[in-house]
Design a protein around this ligand. Structure first.
Ligand code: SAM
Ligand code: DTB
Ligand code: SF4
Length: 334
């Protein structure tokens, strides 16, 4: 009788990588048969996290639209006519009320997003007040507001900011096709300042921009080779916004999205991998595949920043069906 054929790669020990991941290695992972890739990702996930737990973050746009940057996917860029009404920075009370509601609904982290190239000096007091008051509710705090100076990271850290979100978005090679108003190095520099100030880094990317598989591997390599890798890694699937240059782009194959989650999990075993923008267009089965592939965090609440997200009740129903529970904060196993 013939012995069953065992694929060699499944028997290689899951290494605790110290050396850098190459783009070629990551692309080889992306090229694996789907079942092999998922099995490997799910195994890494179980080694480091409880696979039945998911972390819930709620987003609020605290300053909407009118952004100077030209990110081709974004509803909030002043470079494109998306019909979005620009708004000023929200009042403290409005933000705190939204955070309280998010907490009551079961979110553990409150993420505040501002459509800025970088915060101005005159905004810092309002921002730090928001961080302080949200933190006082007993929630984890996260902010995304563009590039930061060293002084600003210090101010935010002192106010109690736990996480700063600043995405690399795509690979260095493809980046220039999507954003021309700030460089990849600008983004890396902000992440370094966030880390130096002692805050946790939330950094991920966006797929479905027209990048190829090598370029998706390039994004994951950049993230995984940060030392240490980001604590949170949001993987966004492009939400096509009318009026942006990427409206009408060819949609990414859903299995390719799941593959991207899986390689993020394998290459960043201890990080929280967030199934981020684009969930509203995914059915329950596809989201479940993402969880199986190692996603263990979602944006929770009926809105992202300017676009929709699944209703909180629908998410609760899905999690209940899957026997998954929300977690109070980031609790990796090791
Ligand atoms: N202005 C800040 C910045 O870019 O650093 C923060 C807000 S920005 C909206 C945060 C991230 O959301 C982007 O880096 C991108 O990955 C994601 N994003 C923005 N628009 C999106 C869209 N239409 N579809 C999917 N993800 C999107
Ligand atoms: C991230 O990576 N995704 C979130 C959060 N960080 C700020 C934003 C998604 C935005 C989706 C488009 C919108 O709602 O405007
Ligand atoms: Fe501005 Fe952020 Fe949108 Fe880029 S992604 S246009 S920086 S709000």
């Amino acid at each position: 009788m013939n012995a069953p054929v065992q694929p060699v790669h499944l028997h290689r020990p899951y290494r605790q990588k110290e050396e850098a991941w190459s783009v070629t290695e990551i692309e080889a992972l992306l090229n694996l048969p789907f079942m092999d890739l998922l099995h490997r990702a799910a195994s890494v996930h179980r080694e480091h996290h409880d696979p039945n737990r998911v972390q819930l973050s709620t987003l609020l746009s605290i300053k909407t639209g009118g952004c100077e940057e030209d990110c081709k996917y974004c509803s909030q860029s002043a470079h494109y006519d998306t019909g979005l009404q620009a708004e000023k920075l929200l009042e403290l009370e409005t933000v705190v009320a939204a955070a309280r509601k998010a907490k009551d609904n079961g979110a553990s982290r409150f993420c505040m997003g501002a459509a800025w190239r970088q915060p101005k000096e005159r905004h810092m007091e309002q921002l730090t007040d928001m961080v302080r008051e949200v933190k006082a509710l007993g929630m984890e705090t996260c902010l995304t507001a563009g590039m930061l100076t060293e002084q600003q990271t210090g101010q935010l850290k002192d106010a109690g900011l736990d996480y700063y979100n600043h995405n690399l978005d795509t690979s260095p090679e493809f980046y220039g096709e999507i954003i021309t108003t700030r460089t990849y190095q600008d983004r890396l520099d902000t992440l370094e300042r966030v880390r130096q100030a002692g805050m946790k880094v939330c950094s991920g990317g966006i797929v479905g921009l027209g990048e190829n598989r090598t370029q998706r591997a390039g994004l994951v390599a950049q993230l995984a080779n940060l030392n240490p890798p980001p604590d949170s890694v949001p993987i966004n699937n492009l939400i096509q916004v009318e009026g942006t240059p990427l409206a009408g782009a060819e949609a990414l194959d859903p299995f390719e999205f799941v593959r991207t989650i899986a390689v993020a999990r394998i290459t960043m075993p201890r990080s929280m991998v967030r199934l981020s923008a684009g969930r509203e267009a995914m059915d329950e089965a596809l989201q479940t595949l993402c969880f199986y592939a190692g996603a263990n965090s979602i944006f929770y609440g009926d809105r992202l920043l300017t676009t929709g997200n699944p209703q909180a009740e629908a998410d609760q129903t899905l999690l209940a069906k899957l026997g998954m529970r929300s977690m109070p904060g980031d609790t990796p196993r090791a």
